[in-house]
Design a protein around this ligand. Structure first.
Ligand SMILES: O=C(CO)[C@H](O)[C@H](O)COP(=O)(O)O
Ligand SMILES: [Fe+2]
Length: 215
């Protein structure tokens, strides 16, 4: 069954605990946390303090998407406050192999992510070492943007490499996911759908999650 990772970027930050419990009750599989530094992306959001605060709120794995320059500097801090999956942008890490190994050595799952216009070739050599490959379906920085369709070709490319090499990482997409685009993603081989506005902008989160999962 396709997993759903609601992005709390679109949640009501003044009621973050209730918002997380609501999507947990509604069937979410992960909680997606968007960390932005105002450098790698043109927006600033949350950091380790927020991860620490929400860790006791939910039993769901915290799927932390780092949109920051030089992620190595912060890996241990995010591990310490309770991240379960730490995903780093290949474009932001000058020594990607080392970054991934540092996350794995810290005992949590390592993910790698590329922007829409970044070719799969950039992450090809690290595929055997990751637990998750995230393909951005918007340019990172903001919620509520439109899905970029050409990324579906990259999903198929990564899925093909996964099958050819007998690898077991999950393929995740992030950005512009709703019931319509979710169907295209699933057909292309996606295992985990991140969705922010399509879940948190709806009153009935269980219904929104179900329609993305089953759409
Ligand atoms: O990483 C992100 C943006 O950089 C967010 O996870 C993503 O935008 C989710 O929002 P939406 O589903 O509304 O597009
Ligand atoms: Fe994200």
């Amino acid at each position: 069954m396709t997993k759903i990772s609601p992005s709390i970027l679109s949640a009501d930050f003044a009621n973050l605990k209730e918002e997380i419990l609501d999507v947990e009750r509604g069937g979410a599989d992960y909680i997606h946390v968007d960390v932005m530094d105002g450098q790698f992306v043109p927006n600033i959001t949350m950091g380790p303090l927020v991860v620490k605060a929400i860790r006791p709120v939910t039993k769901l794995p915290l799927d932390v998407h780092l949109m920051i320059k030089n992620p190595d500097k912060f890996i241990h801090e995010f591990v310490e406050v309770g991240a379960d999956i730490l995903t780093v942008h290949a474009e932001a890490s000058p020594h990607l192999d080392r970054t991934i190994q540092t996350i794995k050595d810290a005992g949590i799952k390592a993910g790698v992510v590329i922007n829409p216009a970044t070719p799969v070739a950039l992450i090809q050599h690290v595929l055997p070492n990751v637990d998750l490959v995230l393909l951005m379906t918007v340019n990172p920085g903001f919620g509520g943007q439109s899905f970029i369709h050409y990324v579906l070709n990259k999903v198929e490319e990564v899925d093909k490499l996964r099958k050819e090499q007998g690898l077991r990482f999950e393929i995740e997409v992030d950005g512009g996911v709703n019931a319509d685009t979710a169907k295209l993603c699933k057909d292309a081989g996606v295992d985990v759908l991140v969705a922010g506005s399509a879940i948190f902008n709806q009153r009935d989160r269980a219904k929104a999650i179900a329609s993305i999962r089953n759409g």
